[in-house]
Design a binder for this molecule. Sequence first.
Ligand code: MG
Length: 166
Amino acid sequence: MPRDNDANIRVGIGYDSHRFAPGRPLKLGGVLIPSDVGLLGHSDGDAICHALTDAIMGAVGLGDIGEMFPDTDPANKGRDSIEMLEVAVKRLAAAGYLVNQVDVTVIAETPRLLPHREQIRARLAFALGIESASVSVKGKSNEGMGWIGRKEGLACIAVATLKGNS
Ligand code: MG
């Protein structure tokens, strides 16, 4: 239990990365983004949804997305990651928690997120059961450094606060 039960606020962090690959869809936050390369993964490779799912589950100590949807399970192949996020939200509700607010940073040289940001915020907000105003999505380049700088893939960091629903 948290130290201050009256506050009943939990914080979680999530991280994910995926490799770029040709011939794959580029889906971020449940939104299909036009691109020459997509994201490799057992599911659809949606790093925003994966990092967010880990953040909200981590806030309540419910484990992580890999435990909930093992990549050894054929049922998870090509799975829509927004759907995984929605399952996690339902599980949190069953555990007595609601998502309060989230903040997401995508670290990538490409694509540019800004043109898609409002659509991503709206899609995530719907999945999380909160308003778009409570969903922050930011894009960040890696200044050309390392594997992200070489455009080998992208990474995402997400933070979420949850509150008790009682
Ligand atoms: Mg992932």
